[in-house]
Design a protein around this ligand. Sequence first.
Ligand code: ADP
Ligand code: MG
Length: 696
Amino acid sequence: MIDVPSIFGSMVFNDSVMQTALPKNIYNALMRAVSDGEHLDLKTADIVAAAMKNWAVEKGATHFTHWFQPMTGITAEKHDSFITPAESGRVIMEFSGKELVKGEPDASSFPSGGLRATFEARGYTAWDPSSYAFIKDGTLCIPTAFCSYNGESLDKKTPLLRSMQALDRQAVRILRLFGNTAARRVITTVGAEQEYFLIDKKMYDRRPDLVYCGRTLFGAQPPKGQEMEDHYFGVIKPRVSAFMKDLDVELWKLGVLAKTKHNEVAPAQHELAPIFNTTNLATDQNQLTMEIIKKVADRHGMACLLHEKPFAGVNGSGKHNNWSISTDTGENLLDPGDTPEKNAQFLLFLTAVIQAVDEYQDLLRVSVATAGNDHRLGGHEAPPAVISIFIGEDLSEILDSVEKGEMYSGKKRVPLEIGVSVLPQFPKDTTDRNRTSPFAFTGNKFEFRMPGAGLSIAGPNIILNSIVAEILSRFADELEAAPSFNEALNTLIRRSIKEHKRIIFNGNNYSDEWMKEAEKRGLHNLPTTVDALPRFIDHSNEAMFVKHRVFSKTEIRSRCEILLENYTKTIQIEALTMIDMARKEISAAVWEYQKLLAETIAAKKSAGVFDTSTEEALLAKVSRLGAELYACIERMETAARKGKEIRDSFEGARFCRDSVVPVMGDLRRAADELETLISSKYWPYPTYGEILYSVR
Ligand code: ADP
Ligand code: MG
C-alpha cells in the first residue's frame, strides 16, 4: 500500500516545510518577497539557504542546481556540490544565501537570438521564490529565471512571470470597479493535460529517426491502426499500468498533482492530467512531468515519445492547456455565478477573452508554431491552424440576447440588462462535446488545444495572459472614465460581442466548409510555422508586449529569430537523418531483395520453369522504386546543401518549407512503398505495427 499523503510533496521545500524550518520573521519576509516581489536581503537569504540545505541533506541530497528554462524548450541545470573544505582535510556541507539567490551559468551555449552579439556574453540565474525548490536525483533544484546582465530575459519563465503580473494589474482594476476591495491579487491557473506515446525501448533503439528526431520519418501504415477505436479509455495493459503507478509516485513526491490517467485514441497513446495550479507552478511542473515520464519509461524498458506527430496516419499528441483567471481569495472569474452582479462581472471577463482571442489570433497561432506541430494542426485529428472559440449553443444564445438587450423568457421577449438581470442557466460543457475546437469554453475555464505534446506551456500562457491583460486594460480605461458604470458596462459588453463574435464557432472545425466560412469571416489562416512567425514581430503585436512590459522589442526579435532557427534546424536534422537511413540501410535492403528476386528468376529458369513473370514484375517494381528513392536522396542532398548557404533566417525557413519538406515527402513515399514490397527479413527497421503494438 502506498501512503499517498505522506509521500506527496516529500521532495519539495513547500510551504508547510518552510513554516516549520524557518523562523517566523524569516518566513514572513520570504512570503512578502513572493507576493509583492519585495527584495530579499542577503541575511534573510542566508538563513533560508541554510534551512533548505539542512532539509535537502537530510533527504540525501549532495548537490544543488539552479534549474531554469532556456529558450531551447527544455530545462537546464548545472550541478554544484554542497561541499566546502574544512580544517584537517575534512569537508562540510554549505550553501549560502548568495548561492541560493543568484547563479552565473555560462550563457553562451544557450540560444539568445542575437542578444549576445549585441549585448553581453554572460548571463545569470535568479531565484524565483514563487516556485518551490525540490530534490531530484540527489540534487536540490532551485527554480530560477535566466537573464542577461543587461536584464534581457533569456528564458521562458521571466516573460511568463511578467505576463502574470500584467494580467494581475489589469484584472484588479476591473474588480475594483465592481466594488471588490478584498482581492489583493489576480492569478491565472493552468491544468496541462499531457498526451504521450509509450513504445518498447528495443524498438526505439532500432529507429535512428526516433532517436534523432523524436518522430518516424519512414513507415508504411500497419494493417491495424486506430480505426477500430478500441484503444481510447480501454483497459490499460499490465506493463503500462506498472509504469503509470511508478510515474504517479515519482510525480507525487515532487508535489505534482497527477490525477487522471487513461489510454488515448491511438494505439500506444496515453494521457496524464494534473489538477490545475498557478500558471507559473503548472509550467514548472509540466516541464518536470515531461522529464519524469521519460525517465520512468526508461526504467520500465520503454521509450516515451513526446513529439507532436511521431507517426504518420495515427493521431499526434497534444497538450491541452486549461486556463482560467482567479482571485487570491479563490474566486474563479470565469465562473458565471448566480447573481446579476456576478453575472455582469463574468460577462465582462468572458468577452475580454473572446475579444483578446479574436484580435490576437495570430499570436496564439505563433505560440504553438513548431516544425513538428505543422504535421498535426489541421490534420483532421487536431484543431486546424485557424483559431476559433467554442462556447456551446446555450452560451451563444445568451451572448446573442445580451447583444440585443433582450431575451426570451417563456415565449415572450423581455429586456435583459447586464448588472440587473440574472442570466439563464446554461449547462457546463466539461464533457469535451466539441473536441474539434482549438479554444473551447468548458464551463469555468478555457481549454486551448493547439499546443503540441512536447511544447513548454510557457509560450502559450505568456500570450494568453498578455492579450487578455491588454483587453482588460482597455476595458478598465473606458469604464473608469465613464460617468455611469452600469450604462458604460452595458455598452461595452454589447459592442465587444458585436465586433468579435466572428471568432465564435460551435461547429465542426475539421470540415472544409469551416475553412471557407473562416475565410469569409476574415480569420487568420496560418497553416505553417513559416506563415505564422512573421506575425510575432507585427507592429501592433510588438506594441502590446512593450506596453505591458512582457517583452522588449529586442526580446521579441531575438525570440522570433530563435523560433525560426529552431524550425530550420529541425528540418535540416530530419533531412540528414532521412538521407542517412535511406542511403545506408534502406538502399541496401532494396539491393538485397532485388538480388534475391534475380537469383530466384535465374534458379527457376535453370530448373526449367520458364514462367517467371511474377518475379520479374516485382523486380521491375522494386527496381523502379529503388531508382526513385535514389533520385530523391540526391535531390535532398542538393537541397540541404543549398539551404545551409542561406543566411537570412526567414529565407532559410521558407526554403526548408518549400524546397526541403516536399522532397522529404517524395523520399518517404518511395521508401514506404518499398517497405510494403520487400520481405521483412531484409527491411532494416521495426514496422509501425511492431512499434505501435510493442508494449503488452
Ligand atoms: P475533464 O476534462 O476530465 O472533465 P476537468 O474539466 O475537471 O476534467 O479538467 C481538465 C483539466 O482542467 C484538469 O487538468 C483540471 O485540473 C483543469 N482545470 C479545472 N479547473 C481549472 C481552472 N479553474 N483553471 C485551470 N485549469 C482547470
Ligand atoms: Mg481536455
